[in-house]
Design a protein around this ligand. Structure first.
Ligand code: SAH
Ligand code: SF4
Length: 388
């Protein structure tokens, strides 16, 4: 099972597990979808010397050029050939939305016109085990989402396609370029279900983690999943020590199935079994994400069930008051209700934090900006709007 994703042809996005949608293969692979090893092989086949691939990666990830033409120490013929064979960037920033609390949300247009989002959270308390998560970027893995959680904007229009590895990686490069700062942490909590795009996700993480690539330590990378049990096990068998967050949002089948259809396929017991496997293999704590939705999962008895479940797999809990999505019926509970819920966790000594959602005023929950944006089909680079 281990490293199964490596067998996949470049950019093909073969799915692991059942029922997950297949990726659409773009006409040309993106250069940022390639690992150093793959590029070396390709360049060797073209008769290029062994150091060329490192040179190309240095231009992309070190010097951050934006075209093959800028790679001035490469032979002109090779630059031309690379430009014919590979796309350079698959993302076009079309809108940036700033928040009063400095959260910044970026909307990108992909080559096929699809829209995705990335959210920069400049300073947040330690949520996933770091001493301080200084500049966290929340990135997308799919266009839309097939899992249809009832509270989420990303799933409202269904799933369109998987992101290519290069489109995932490029969100980091483009945001660093736009904000002028380095990102310290990556959370896969944007649009889409990361584990349903397993092959491309693993490839993107390898590039993000590599010293020749973005160079971000695995412990600064958190994957969030709605609970695809087989893929959680598969992830446990991968060598990288990335962090894992589970979107629990309900600790019983009754509550969870009401808001997360995926629970009918992988009920709480199945999910917990996969979590136990993960922590056993990884020797690593998990985080349960728990959105507090008024009258749905925020009762005292819900907190008691959450205690029971969190204890079973020694999970840390991040509670997040629901971020209201226009057109959906759900509400966030009052602060008094949130505090009462947290008090139950505290009394039971469950390590728990409540994240008063940053970016609430700019619709930072995944998929919201995309839904709110009316984009002309030939959109260029509209000016940044409303930054801070
Ligand atoms: N598909 C993955 C990752 C993307 S969603 C997953 O479900 O984990 C990232 C997180 O945002 C999840 O915990 C999700 O439940 C949460 N989320 C979605 N809509 C939200 C909203 N309106 N308010 C607060 N959190 C939301
Ligand atoms: Fe998809 Fe995650 Fe939103 Fe559920 S919460 S619809 S899995 S993006």
């Amino acid at each position: 099972m281990q490293a199964r994703w490596r067998e996949s042809p470049l950019g093909a996005g073969r799915q692991v597990g059942e029922g997950a949608p297949m990726s659409t293969v773009p006409p040309r692979p993106l250069i940022k979808s390639l690992t150093l090893e793959e590029l070396s092989e390709r360049l060797a086949a073209l008769g290029q010397p062994g150091y060329r691939a490192k040179q190309v990666m240095q231009w992309i990830y070190g010097k951050r050029v934006k075209s093959f033409a800028e790679m001035s120490d490469l032979p002109a013929g090779l630059r031309q050939q690379l430009a014919t064979e590979f796309g350079f960037s698959g993302l076009d920033p079309i809108r940036t939305l700033g928040s009063l609390d400095t959260t910044l949300k970026y909307l990108f247009k992909l080559d096929d016109g699809a829209l995705i989002e990335a959210v920069l959270i400049p300073a947040s308390p330690a949520l996933y085990g770091e001493a301080s998560d200084r500049r966290t970027l929340c990135i997308s893995t799919q266009v839309g989402c097939a899992y249809g959680c009832k509270f989420c904007a990303s799933g409202l229009d269904g799933w369109s396609r998987n992101l290519q590895p290069g489109e995932i990686v490029d969100q980091i490069l483009r945001v660093e370029e736009l904000c002028g700062e380095r990102i310290n942490n990556i959370v896969f909590m944007g649009m889409g279900e990361p584990l349903a795009n397993f092959v491309n996700l693993m490839r993107a993480i390898a590039i993000i983690n590599a010293p020749w690539g973005v160079g971000l330590g695995a412990r600064h990378i958190t994957i969030s999943t709605s609970g695809l049990a087989p893929q959680i096990k598969l992830l446990a068998d991968q060598p990288l020590q990335v962090r894992l967050a589970i979107s629990l949002h309900g600790a019983t089948d009754e509550v969870r199935s009401q808001i997360m259809p995926v629970n009918r396929k992988y009920p709480v017991a199945t999910l917990l079994e996969a979590c136990a496997y993960y922590i056993e293999r990884k020797k690593q704590w998990l985080t349960f994400e728990y959105i507090l939705i008024d009258g749905v999962n925020d009762r005292i008895e819900d907190a008691a069930e959450l205690v029971r479940v969190a204890r079973k797999v020694k999970a840390k809990v991040n509670c997040i008051p629901y971020n209201i999505v226009e057109g959906l019926e759900w509400q966030r509970p009052s602060e008094a209700r949130q505090d009462a819920f947290m008090a139950v966790l505290e009394a039971a000594r469950i390590p728990a934090t409540i994240r008063r959602e940053k970016g609430h005023d700019i619709a930072a929950a995944c998929g919201q900006l995309r839904r709110q944006t009316l984009v002309p089909t030939n959109a260029g680079h509209p000016p940044v709007i409303g930054v801070r």
